[in-house]
Design a protein around this ligand. Structure first.
Ligand code: GLY
Length: 352
């Protein structure tokens, strides 16, 4: 059986190599149901932290002919590499033990394939490892030590990801969380606002795009919830939750409270609303409404009965329309098309 399976793999691989494609041909690309009558105007959307370079790079690479999934991973790599962005990759905020644990997923519309890693450590580009899972394994999701071993096998360098600034933020959190433990704050109990802003946040970048053929791709990468329990995995590496791409319809991803997105399969919900005919903006808003309706645990609700957290969605459809929405207004997202990179407002389900 194992030999048969391996032989089948080699046969498929030889077709792949012979055709010059990077992904296996026995995929939905061959039976894509949607036929576009005219070329699409390419567009890339991302969470607001994709404004500084990410969306522009992804858009340029899409226009130059790169597969959308490669282009968006190339874009988010800029943010993963940035030690000053505490939401992802190098400089990401650590778990409660001071260890940076990263999650990421990618989805390739033409092939219908996904790759993901969760709780990977000491590798600054989990999005690239997720892409390698998509390309070079028959699996979708690798976690923890297995994800690290796979990354090592593929030559991803290991390094310390906890930057001095992220360590200081974590130490402030660690030393001020209890009056009865043995950790004493270095600088008094008053946590500076520029540090406090990171307490309890879920930093993430999502980036999705569509090319002139109407082919779609997406990536979501994160250091997850700041100071999470070791091993906590959010929505970002879970296809359907933090990212979902259907090449016949559209691509969507999210940032914010991953737990809410996991229990509502949020990004899949956005794509399904687009499939039903909604504009990407309205599909994102409808997924926000789904979260608001399904959040019932009192500890997750404000006094007015609304969620006490935020989730944002970003989406593009096969026709090149795009939009974004959040539970609470006031946020922005990044866009790049032929008019260049810019930020636009997220539509809010509720006033902040
Ligand atoms: N949305 C990122 C996370 O919850 O991990």
């Amino acid at each position: 059986m194992a030999r048969m399976r391996r032989r089948g793999f080699l046969l498929r691989s030889s077709v792949v190599l012979g055709s010059g494609c990077l992904v296996a041909p026995n995929t939905r690309a061959a039976v894509a149901p949607a036929v576009l009558r005219k070329p699409v105007a390419p567009v890339v959307v991302a969470s607001a932290n994709g404004h500084a370079g990410c969306v522009a790079r992804a858009f340029e690479e899409i226009v130059a002919g790169k597969a959308v999934v490669d282009a968006v991973v190339s874009g988010v790599t800029l943010v993963e590499d940035d030690p000053n962005d505490h939401s992802v990759g190098l400089g990401g905020l650590p778990n409660e033990d001071g260890e940076v644990e990263l999650d990421a997923s990618v989805m390739d519309g033409p092939s219908g394939l996904a790759g993901a890693v969760a709780s990977i450590r000491r590798i600054k580009n989990p999005s690239r490892v997720a892409l390698a899972v998509l390309r070079y394994t028959d699996h979708v999701l690798l976690v923890g030590a297995g994800a690290n071993a796979f990354a090592k096998a593929h030559g991803f360098p290991e390094q310390e990801l906890l930057t001095p600034e992220a360590r200081e933020i974590w130490l402030h959190w660690r030393a001020t969380m209890s009056d009865t433990d043995d950790w004493l704050p270095k600088t008094g109990k008053d946590v500076p606002e520029n540090v406090k802003q990171y307490f309890g946040i879920t930093g993430t970048i999502n980036c999705c795009g569509v090319d002139a053929k109407g082919d779609l791709g997406g990536v979501t990468t994160t250091s997850g919830l700041a100071f999470k329990l070791a091993g906590r995995v959010g929505d970002s590496p879970i296809p359907g939750a933090g990212l979902f791409v259907d090449n016949a319809v559209g691509a969507a991803g999210s940032t914010g409270r991953g737990e809410a997105n996991l229990v509502t399969a949020g990004s899949h919900t956005v794509v399904e609303f687009m499939r039903a005919g909604k504009h990407p903006k309205d599909a994102c808003l409808a997924a926000c409404r789904r979260i608001a309706e399904s959040t019932r645990a009192p500890r997750l609700l404000r006094a007015d009965g609304r969620p006490d957290f935020n989730v944002s969605y970003y989406a593009v459809d096969k026709r090149g329309r795009y939009g974004g929405a959040a539970l609470y207004d006031g946020g922005e997202f990044a866009v790049c098309d032929a008019k260049g990179p810019r930020k636009e407002s997220l539509v809010g389900l509720f006033a902040r």
